[in-house]
Write a protein that binds this ligand. Structure first.
Ligand code: 4NP
Length: 144
């Protein structure tokens, strides 16, 4: 799960998808394309919204996406077009590129393809992002 800062959207996506998969089979992680927040906990609003849905993400720490992630993961879900561009810049092969997908492409409705960045938004913005990610992760968990 990849976003820009790895403190708002992708930590929620990591926690949500983990809650839907068997952790003896699937390894789920998240990262940011930027380095500003490396080592930080998720944003307090991301922690609060996921906690309200019985998911604890408070132990996560932000890290930066790196080329090694193409080797370590089978699927790379990005939150928006900008994340996609930044991740694809690091891809070396067609196989790397094929792993990268906008997470909302998982939804059949495709009403909006970007998960909005809630960093400068209110708590409601975080709840809306949670709902989007929860629906997308349901589809991912069923598919894989
Ligand atoms: P995220 O949100 O990409 O969902 O973690 C952001 C968090 C911090 C910043 C940007 C986006 N920032 O510019 O510090």
């Amino acid at each position: 799960m990849v976003c820009l800062g790895n403190i708002c959207r992708s930590p929620m996506a990591e926690g949500i998808l983990k809650s839907k998969l068997d952790d003896t089979i699937f390894f789920v992680d998240s990262a940011g394309t930027g380095s500003w927040h490396v080592g930080n906990k998720p944003d307090v609003r991301s922690i609060a919204v996921t906690k309200a849905h019985q998911i604890d993400i408070s132990n996560q720490r932000a890290r930066q996406f790196s080329y090694q992630d193409f080797k370590n993961f089978d699927h790379i879900f990005v939150m928006d077009q900008s994340n996609k561009k930044n991740v694809l810049t690091l891809a070396k092969t067609q196989e790397d590129q094929n792993k990268v997908h906008l997470i909302l492409e998982e939804l059949s409705t495709k009403s909006t393809m970007d998960v909005p960045d809630p960093y400068y938004d209110t708590e409601l913005g975080f709840e809306i992002v949670y709902e989007m990610l929860n629906k997308a992760c349901d589809c991912i968990a069923k598919r894989i």
